[in-house]
Design a protein around this ligand. Sequence first.
Ligand SMILES: *Cc1c(COP(=O)(O)O)cnc(C)c1O
Length: 422
Amino acid sequence: MPMSDSYRKKLSCLLPKIVDTFGTPFHIYDEKGIKETCKKLNTAFEKIDGFKEFFAVKALPNPSIMKIMQEMGFGFDCSSTPEIHLSRQLGSFKEDIMFTSNNTSISQFETAQKNGGCILNLDDISLIAKLTDIPDLICFRYNPGSRRKGNKIIGNPVESKYGVSHDQIIDAYSQSVKLGVKRFGIHTMLASNELNYEYMVDTTRMLLDIVEQICGKLDITFEFINIGGGLGIPYTPDTNPFDLDSMTIEIARIFKEFKGANGWAPRLYMESGRYITGPHGVLVTSVINHKNIYRKYVGVDASMSALMRPGLYNAYHHIHIHGKKESALLEKVDVVGALCENIDKFAVQRELPATVKGDILVIHDTGAHGHAMGFNYNGHLRPKELLLREDSSVELIRRAETMEDYFSTLTFEPETLTFEEI
Ligand SMILES: *Cc1c(COP(=O)(O)O)cnc(C)c1O
C-alpha cells in the first residue's frame, strides 16, 4: 500500500486545520514514518559489520528532514556544490559525505576537497587528474556495461553516462595507488525504484567479485563497497513492498563467504533516497475547476512544478480525496494542473470519487524526487513543504516560492559586452 494507514489516519484528522492555516498546495512529510523507515533499515543491516546509509540528498534536500537522517547516524550522498554546502551547514563533514558527481568540474572538486574534504566517488578515470590534492581515500563508480541489465529509470548500463567501464577499472585503482592514495572504496548505482531485492543482491555480488579481481592484481584492500540507492517503493496499492529482510539475509551471507575466502571484508554502504522518504510525503492540493469536454477534467491548484514524476516518467501516484470514501460513486477523470503542457497531469483516466470545488486531493508518495524535482517553466512556482512532527505539531519547513523569487535572477547590475565596429 502507498502512504501508511497510520499516516493517513493521523493526517485525515488534522488536514482541515492544516489547510486552513497554511493554504494549499503543499507537500507534507511524516516524521514518524521517516524515522521508522530509517530504523528499519539500520536494524535490517545489523547483520553486516559497519553498515552505513548515505541519504541521497537530491531526493528531499530539506535541512529539517536531513537533521532526522543525521540523528539516525546517516551520512549524505551529494552530487552538486549546493548539496555539499547543505550537508556541511548541518554539521556533516569528511567521511559523512559521499560526493557522487558526474561530468564534474574542477570547481566542484575544489568545494568537495575543502573543509576537511569528503569521500570522493569518481565517475571516470580521467577525473583523478582534476583533483586539487591527492586524497587519502578514493572511490570509483563502476559501470559493468553489458554484464548487467539496468532498469526503466536509469537505463541500460551500456547506454548510461555513469561510471568507469569494466576494462578501465583496474587501471583506475592502479593509477591512484601510484599517486599515493592509500584507502579505497568502490561504488555502483544501476537501478532506481527496483522492487526485486535480488537485483541488489546481484549488485553486491558483482562488486565483491570485482573487488577480488582488483585485489588479485594490485596490493590493496577495500574499506567499503557502496551498492547505491534504488530500492523501490510500491506506488500502486496492489504492489508488494520491497523485501528488505530477504535482501539483507542474502547480502550478509555473501559477505560471510567473502570474509571466509579473503580473511577480511569491506564495510557496506548504501545511498537510498526514495525508500527512506518516498512513502512518507504527500502533495495536498485543492480542486479549483471541473471541465467536461472529450474527457472529464479535475483542475487542482498544484501543477507539475510541484511533482514532475507523472509527466516525466508516466509514473502512477495514488490519489485519495480527503473525507470521501473510496467506495463512493466513481468517475473517470484526468487530474490536471495549470501548465501549458498536456503532460501536466497528476492522473490520467483515473477512477475517483466525484468532487466539488474546494475538495482536497491527497497525492501519495511524494516524499522523494517530488518537490525537489520541481521547476519554474511557464512561470509556475514551487509550493511550500510542511513537516508533521511526531507530537502532531506541523512546521513550515520551506515557504512557497514567490514572484520575487521568480524575478530575482532578472534583478542585477546590467553588464554589457561592447565591440568596436568591425
Ligand atoms: C538518485 C541517486 C540515488 C538515490 O536513488 P533512489 O532511487 O532515490 O534510491 C543514489 N545514488 C545516486 C548516485 C543517485 O544519482
